[in-house]
Design a protein around this ligand. Sequence first.
Ligand code: AMP
Length: 191
Amino acid sequence: MFNIVLFGPPGSGKGTQSVRLADKYHLVHLSTGDMLRREIAHETPLGKAAKEIMDRGELVSDEIVIGMIEKQIEGNPEAQGFIFDGFPRTTVQANALDNLLAKFASKIDVTLSLEVNNEELVKRLLQRGKESGREDDRNEDVISNRIVEYQNKTAPLVDYYREAGKYRSVWGMDGIEKLFQLLCEQIEKTG
Ligand code: AMP
């Protein structure tokens, strides 16, 4: 198995790039944000509880997202590998992911971090809010909260993966095509 974590703040391009990378390298794309939005669309109890938290731009509980990821890994025994998009977002989640993969005699091979500055992130998210109708992309206060959550809870994972020798930083400001090319180069160096 070849497993990638796509890492970066909201609006850095993780979703767009994950879809393309999953297609090119035959990986299963797992986005906890997409899973949560599906729960909301189906009006499940989990979705209802998550919506309030997501609408404020905060992180939902580790327990919920770890449970969703566990179900997906167990449900894809034929997978050649996974691309994790928007997960892990806390150290607890990163530890849980390592333990889960270890159960399948697997591991994270590389963490690719998309580097985009805050001004550009806000611009992109507001634009996406107009196009996609995602509620958490429409309000500048919610966007700021998500960036603060990222800085406080997710950015510390840089050290977690750097210490494991798995962290690669990739410049994400030069457009979708260029970023895709840089990500592929990193993957091919690792694989
Ligand atoms: P995303 O689509 O990845 O930007 O996620 C949208 C929202 O879903 C986030 O702002 C969080 O509220 C929630 N979310 C997604 N993934 C996670 C995660 N791994 N841990 C906690 N909350 C998450």
